[in-house]
Design a protein around this ligand. Structure first.
Ligand SMILES: CC1(C)Nc2nc(N)[nH]c(=O)c2N=C1O
Length: 159
């Protein structure tokens, strides 16, 4: 089995409850154990500003699920929480589950890009990730600590 980091985000109808419920679903996935979870953080929307602030968290799991099988499970959980894919790119959402890192793998196909493309620039990913894995180094050799230090003017608040 391998260690996988998953990013969670929500900013529509009771986002905190959605995140907690999604974390319970992740812990219950087949061949999977939840090994760590971050605090929940609040941050202004990156992208279109005409939407609510986001609640975000990151969890670490150990799993035997292969990447695409895990992705299918994450999309099930999103759908269970009323995720409706709307036309607007980067619009508000009930629940987003992203595979941030899958062990030390780099994956690039039509359904998956791992490490997650936004990981290095997003405080709402780096901050919770640093909380649960402060020593983490990405497959490209960059450390979470260094990436976090190089981010400025992005606000975030731990709930
Ligand atoms: C719309 C976009 C890019 N902005 C976000 N902004 C924040 N703060 N948190 C998110 O999870 C998030 N997710 C997104 O997909």
């Amino acid at each position: 089995q391998v260690k996988v980091f998953i990013g969670l985000g929500a900013n529509l109808d009771s986002p905190q409850a959605k995140l907690n419920s999604a974390i319970n679903e992740l812990a219950a996935l087949p061949e999977t154990q939840l090994v760590a979870q971050s605090s929940i953080y609040l941050s202004p929307p990156m992208g279109p500003q005409d939407q609510n602030d986001y609640h975000n968290a990151v969890v670490a799991i150990q799993t035997r699920l292969m990447p695409l099988a895990l992705l299918d499970q994450l999309q099930n959980i999103e759908n269970l929480h009323g995720r409706v894919r709307k036309a607007q790119r980067w619009g508000p959402r009930t629940l987003d589950l992203d595979i941030l890192l899958y062990h030390d793998k780099t994956i690039e196909n039509s359904r998956l890009t791992i490490p997650h493309y936004g990981l290095e620039q997003r405080i709402f990913v780096l901050q919770p990730l640093f909380e649960i894995a402060p020593e983490l180094v990405l497959p490209n050799g960059k450390s979470i600590k260094t990436l976090l230090q190089s981010i400025d003017n992005q606000r975030i608040q731990k709930l």
